[in-house]
Ligand binder design. Structure first.
Ligand SMILES: C[S@@+](CC[C@H](N)C(=O)[O-])C[C@H]1O[C@@H](n2cnc3c(N)ncnc32)[C@H](O)[C@@H]1O
Length: 332
């Protein structure tokens, strides 16, 4: 029988080695919206033991988050978000609560933090205007909010609250968390022309240790810094006073910087480090003939006056509303 006459028989397939699963088929299916909304909890972050190193790590992570998410060139925004978070006192569940906020809810959180501090220190919060002005924008940019969200999550997940959220001001003042962020976010040439190179904490701590002792630090003494940056020198002196068993609140502090963003960071730091009621932060040229200290004190007095007037108005409105409610009840 020739091959042509042979009955048709299906040919057995030649054995083949199975193909490897393509990488796209290994990917998990995308999460449903409900699964995405599942509660996020803070990551366990193994923070560096050295607080300065920890502050640098936070700054690096925040900068990565900001630029990876196309945050843009407005560096006041990531700085303001981190500064606001650094003003919080840490409590159980706080980190998880913040991590579960949506991008559009964050400006409200930051406004409340700054407003809470403004009631106590209107002068310092007014000085820090560049750090929170953006949060009051009624039409925020959605991309910017996404970047703020990424910055917030990254700062929390790298242990910002563990560094700045202590009840004890000594612990909160172990590092200047805003200094590496401010100098890191600045463009190289901007930094060069401003001369914005902050003294490393180990150097300013050493200087404070050499200069400040119990004979030197007489109560009510004024500690002044004419080119304060984010306040690193003030921090070292405050910590040295605490090491000597003295209270920084018994001294008068004055820091001035010609750059409004640096002065804003110093103002927030003055609150975090608890430098006390006699602390003024100015924004003026220390080399100009005008008296920048007198100008700062006038601005501070005006800020307190404005705060008192606003509080009086709020009290009046609240009292009027309760009186109206009582009248309505009586009439019913
Ligand atoms: C080299 S940094 C030092 C900051 C801080 N004293 C420290 O040791 O970390 C210099 C700072 O001085 C500020 N500055 C420069 N010229 C100034 C001036 N004429 N008046 C006030 N501040 C000035 C800059 O804006 C910058 O923040």
């Amino acid at each position: 029988m020739s091959d042509d006459d042979a009955p048709f028989l299906p040919r057995t397939a030649t054995p083949v080695t199975p193909r490897p699963t393509p990488s796209w088929a290994k990917k998990k299916p995308p999460k449903s919206k409900a699964a995405k909304r599942a509660k996020i909890t803070a990551r366990k972050y193994l923070a560096p033991r050295d607080p300065q190193e920890h502050a640098r790590k936070i700054a690096e992570n925040v900068m990565d988050a900001w630029y990876q998410n196309f945050g843009g060139s407005d560096i006041d925004v990531p700085l303001g978000a981190v500064a606001a978070l650094a003003l919080l006192r840490n409590r159980p569940g706080l980190a998880d609560w913040i991590l579960n906020l949506q991008p559009h809810e964050l400006p409200e959180l930051f406004k409340e933090i700054y407003l809470g501090c403004w009631i106590k220190r209107p002068d310092l919060i007014n000085r820090a205007i560049r750090l929170h002005d953006w949060a009051w924008n009624p039409n925020p940019d959605t991309q910017q909010l996404r970047a703020v969200h990424a910055v917030t999550n990254r700062a929390i997940n790298t242990g910002l609250l563990d560094l700045t959220g202590h009840d004890d001001p000594y612990m909160r003042a172990e590092a200047d968390v805003l200094s590496p962020l401010l100098t890191g976010l600045r463009h190289k040439s901007d930094k060069k022309w401003r001369g914005e190179y902050h003294t490393p904490a180990c150097v300013s701590d050493l200087m404070a240790g050499m200069v400040v002792d119990k004979d030197f630090a007489q109560p009510n003494m004024a500690i002044r810094e004419p080119a304060v940056g984010s306040g690193g020198m003030l921090r070292s002196v405050a910590q040295r006073l605490r090491d000597l068993g003295l209270n920084p609140q018994d001294y008068t502090w004055y820091g001035n910087d010609v750059d409004s963003l640096a002065a804003a960071c110093a103002a927030v730091n003055a609150i975090i480090w608890d430098l006390g009621p006699n602390c003024a932060i100015g924004c003026a040229d220390s080399l100009a003939p005008e008296d920048d200290y007198a100008k700062t004190l006038t601005e501070a007095r005006d800020a307190f006056k404005e705060r008192d007037q606003a509080m009086d108005t709020v009290t009046l409105i609240t009292a009027t509303r309760s009186a109206m409610r009582l009248l309505e009840k009586a009439a019913a």
